[in-house]
Write a protein that binds this ligand. Structure first.
Ligand SMILES: [Zn+2]
Length: 83
């Protein structure tokens, strides 16, 4: 087995897709096969969804910060060296 092959312990019972992490597996179940989930799996899906949404929001804020720093960095470089 290659090191990049997903672990077969996180394998979808319905479609056979495999995942690297339990969170990815439960998110897949919640999006693709919500009708087959138990109450505990639905709770795990909601928790994983909240964690994923918080991570995405954090990434967006950091990406915006990087863009602002790059924009003003190049702007100041232009003002200093091109004028
Ligand atoms: Zn599936």
């Amino acid at each position: 087995m290659s090191q990049n092959t997903p672990d077969s312990t996180y394998r979808c019972d319905i479609c056979g897709r495999r995942f690297y992490a339990a969170d990815h597996h439960i998110l897949h179940r919640g999006v693709r096969h919500p009708e087959t989930m138990t109450k505990d799996e639905q709770d795990a899906y909601r928790e994983a969804y909240r964690a994923e949404a918080a991570a995405i929001r954090s990434f967006r804020i950091r990406a915006l910060g990087v863009l602002v720093v790059l924009y003003f960095g190049f702007l100041f470089l232009y003002v200093i060296y091109a004028s």
